[in-house]
Design a protein around this ligand. Sequence first.
Ligand code: PLP
Length: 402
Amino acid sequence: MVSVLPYGRQSIDDDDVAAVVEQLRSDWLTQGPTVGRFEEALCAITGARHGVAVANGTAALHIACLAAGVRTGDVGVTSDITFVASANCVRYAGGEPSLVDVEPETGLLSVSALESRIAELGRAGRTTKVILPVDLAGSVADLPAVARVAQRAGACVIEDAAHSLGATYEHEGTTFRAASCAHSTMAILSFHPVKHITTGEGGAVMTNDDGLYRELLDLRTHGITKDPSRLEANEGPWWYEQRRLGFNYRITDLQCALGLRQARRLPAFLARRREIAARYDAAFSSGDLRLQMTPLRVPSRTRSAYHLYVVQVRARAGEGLAEVAERRRALFLHLRARGIAPQVHYIPIHRQPDFVRSGFARGDFAGAERYYAGCISLPMFPAMTDADVDRVIEAVREGAPR
Ligand SMILES: *Cc1c(COP(=O)(O)O)cnc(C)c1O
């Protein structure tokens, strides 16, 4: 297939194309019935009661923060290892993001670091309004533990499930689905082409709460409602009211026509992602490679949806992070020279200049620094053949510094 192997890419087939063409010839390009049908498909996949599909995952994060009531001066806590959108959404709502360290072996939010941060914020008289755990690479964060901390703090949990559509986790003998909102107030999804299913750009907020659902619908469309039971006046069938300041964050029916088709293909996508992960895992857990590289640990409580396949360059005895990072850099460049386009997920947010200005200090994130120094995301997408996977493994074997 493609000559350069990217870390992720969409799979679009002829039926996907036909579905979009059919939608183009229909009465509805936007604000039509396909949006609702796509939202129903998302509810069926995740098990959440409501879904509000929007223009992208970042918009989903933004309106989720607003619906959760984030206001000027409120604090929203998220992981230091995530895409910047998970923290920016708190700022869009006028709040202040606070970053928490991760477990270096999983890259997931450290619950003990979360607890101490919230205690610290409390002592400083700050209100933690939302906690945004991130399901990095497709493993679900420890949501039941985060939910306990949130409950004590009086905060909402917004699960950033952009990586975890189709993942599950166990808690007290029961299996739960990512973005089901069993242990969160809301969850967000993204349908960017590298994610599990795509609409080009797209996202959604899932929730089990009827009131939040109505609020999210309003926020997606300018803060406007036409729901007769919520109007202050009603002068006729044309009547609508803007109840609060919202946005045009709508997704189109064209996009949802693609999304619906992609949702039907999700089980096959997930199965293939897991096969690819198993092939990588086998290679990295045997022979010489076992000494050079360690796959990102997937906690036993969760079954990953493998949005990403992350491996870590192993630190040698006595080696510092700078040396590990240098070997990761060499491996990255070697792969690039071999026609493979890996990526690094993610540069710790506290290192971004726009966040450094807010006073985040490197020393506070020892787990994130350790995670970041060695991590590299290898190609992982459903259309990869076994030969593609073997080509990547071979290139890592050549490029892994001895
Ligand atoms: C992709 C992604 C988002 C949302 O991104 P959009 O490109 O706006 O859809 C949010 N959080 C994480 C962790 C992501 O990977």
